[in-house]
Design a protein around this ligand. Structure first.
Ligand code: ATP
Ligand code: MG
Length: 558
């Protein structure tokens, strides 16, 4: 992946370069417009990387705008979380933090302007009654009996709507466009509805709220957004977006649609993710199995890997589904360069070096990161009693050509230490291996090996005396179904039963006793891990970010 250079422009970059070259715009201005009704997910991350990334690339600007026009579902808690997530990804909006609700007054004036032009009217029909008239895509609609109210009447009714004279749903303001348009969004769409609901920022100041279509496009114009990027489902809204700009004679922002990110084995819908949180299927929005930005952050995914992923995925004009293995590959690539290697044994069994004196301790030098020399080295204490992973020993192993690890009379190297030869083992009453015995060869110290011995297997180990016990949370994909867009039944039926396994018995090398929340490591031969905020003094909790097995690299031969 490293070597992949971007040679071609995507269709959005093409448009941007044309607009800059023709002088249509001197600089570009994009925005990321989250609705503060939930936490951001990996799909939003793609949109963030696209909008902020484009502005960075072309020396433009990108605004953060909260699209807060649905007071029932929105909350300041979400606003703060969204900001934290975008910052964590490494993007800056400087002083350009806006709220659609800041524009309520101006949006109201725009609506009045439309009324004055005869391009909007107050409609008394209920939603059901209007739907009766609306027709179907193949059948023209009929006009509301209130469609031809005078400008004066519309103005005073709209005023009264604003003043709180009517109840919820009693009246709406509609654009007066074309009840026989083949595009249903052009059949007199609603611009304002009555909601006697306090807003998280404007309080009780308003009881009428603009619809998405009216607020979004007009906010773009107010901010001078040159390229308003949104997902494909808004393509059918574009004629209305353009109609409103035209009617109001305001800054001509251009809406451009791209395919939303869909990921295999992953849900990217705030509504469904909320359902998982509320139903306690996960521990919260930041459960490390969640595809939310806060979840993948806690899981140990890095901003660099997400940006890289967004870059490789690119933008398309048609919906598709991306293999989650590609994201996981990006995470491994990034962590491989950054994460220090440590010894961590998830399923410990004792290995006793019988020819090593009881009291003797030796400090052995270990490389922190073979991918990064500047990471330096550390010392590992070697003692008579060690732990190795149970899976690294077989009582009755296959041929030495197939099995390089430990077994009776077999030799392996203990990483950074000595070659040891297994001399026996002991089982407990339940028939489980309890202790393994071995002898070390003093001539085989790593880096100073004079024995000429060759062994194929190298095992991780931790001194039993110095090792630290830790809780390790092992995660698998949250869903067991590849394409969750294709299912007909409840998506919750597709949850993976064992997406979390808690391991309380892991033993880690002693240097980890001072690990801090957020520190990331590769447990050699095991996977990448991050220290979880649930850690307390003397009880470290690690999340497994990801295993070392790269199914993407395997599939693509990279
Ligand atoms: P959801 O479908 O999860 O409820 P949304 O589109 O309603 O998401 P918004 O807060 O309105 O969420 O989205 C903010 C921006 O992020 C929008 O521009 C939206 O198009 C974009 N976005 C949302 N989901 C995706 C996705 N899966 N891929 C790319 N962009 C997305
Ligand atoms: Mg939305």
């Amino acid at each position: 992946m490293e070597s992949e250079k971007k040679e071609t422009l995507n269709f959005i970059e093409h448009i941007v370069e044309e607009d800059l070259a023709s002088g249509k715009h001197e600089a570009i201005h994009t925005r990321f417009p989250p609705e503060p009704n939930g936490h951001l997910h990996i799909g939003h991350a793609k949109s963030i990387c696209l909008n902020f990334g484009l502005a960075e690339r072309y020396n433009g600007k990108c605004n953060l705008r909260f699209d807060d026009t649905n007071p029932e579902k929105e909350d300041t808690e979400y606003v703060e979380a969204i900001k934290e997530d975008i910052k964590w990804l490494g993007f800056e909006w400087e002083d350009r933090e806006f709220f659609a609700s800041d524009y309520f007054e101006r949006l109201y004036d725009f609506a009045v302007r439309l009324i004055e032009k005869g391009s909007a009217y107050v409609d008394d029909l209920s939603q059901e009654a209007f739907n009766e008239l609306k027709g179907t895509p193949t059948q023209p609609g009929r006009e509301s009996p209130f469609r031809n109210r005078s400008v004066e009447e519309n103005k005073s009714l709209f005023d009264e709507m604003k003043a709180g004279k009517f109840g919820n749903g009693e009246k709406v303001l509609r654009a007066k466009i074309d009840m026989s348009s083949p595009n249903m969004h052009m059949r007199d769409p609603i611009l304002y509805r009555i909601k006697h609901v306090p807003h998280h920022r404007t309080g009780d100041a308003w009881c009428i709220y603009p619809t998405y279509d009216f607020a979004h496009g007009q906010s773009d114009s107010i901010e001078g957004i040159t390229h308003s990027l949104c997902t494909l489902e808004f393509e059918v809204h574009r004629p209305l977006y353009e109609w409103l700009i035209e009617e109001l004679g305001i800054f001509p922002s251009r809406q451009i649609e791209f395919a939303r990110l869909n990921l295999s084995y992953t849900i990217v819908s705030k509504r469904k993710l909320l359902e998982l949180v509320e139903g306690k299927y996960v521990s919260g929005w930041d459960d490390p199995r969640m595809p939310t930005i806060s979840g993948i952050r806690r899981r140990g995914y890095t901003p660099g890997s997400i940006k890289k992923f967004a870059d490789v995925v690119g933008v398309a004009r048609r919906d598709g589904i991306i293999d989650v293995a590609l994201l996981e590959h990006a995470v491994r690539e990034d962590l491989n360069k950054k994460a220090n290697r440590v010894m961590g044994i998830l399923d410990p069994v004792k290995l006793i070096i019988t020819n090593w004196p009881e009291e003797r301790e030796e400090l052995l030098e270990a490389t922190n990161n073979p991918e990064d020399e500047s990471a330096g080295t550390r010392e590992l204490p070697f003692t008579r009693e060690l732990y190795i992973d149970r899976a690294d020993f077989k009582e009755d192993p296959p041929s030495p050509r197939k099995w390089f690890r430990l077994g009776p009379d077999r030799e392996v190297r203990l990483k950074y230490a000595y070659i040891v030869k297994c001399t026996g083992f002991k089982k407990n009453g339940a028939g489980e291996i309890e202790e393994i015995y071995a002898e070390y060869d003093p001539e085989t110290k790593s880096g100073q090996d004079t024995s000429g011995k060759k062994v194929k297997g190298t095992l991780g180990w931790v001194s039993a005396k110095h090792g630290v016990n830790a809780e390790v949370r092992l995660y698998d994909r949250l869903f067991k179904t590849e394409n969750l867009n294709d299912i007909e039944d409840d998506f919750k039926n597709h949850l993976h039963e064992s997406s979390l396994q808690v391991n309380q018995k892991a033993i880690l090398e002693p240097s980890l006793s001072s690990a801090q929340v957020g520190d990331q490591f590769q447990f050699e031969r095991v996977g990448y891990f991050i220290v979880d905020p649930d850690s307390v003094a003397n009880h470290l909790v690690f999340n497994r970010t990801i295993t070392l097995r790269d199914t993407w690299a395997k599939k693509t031969g990279q």
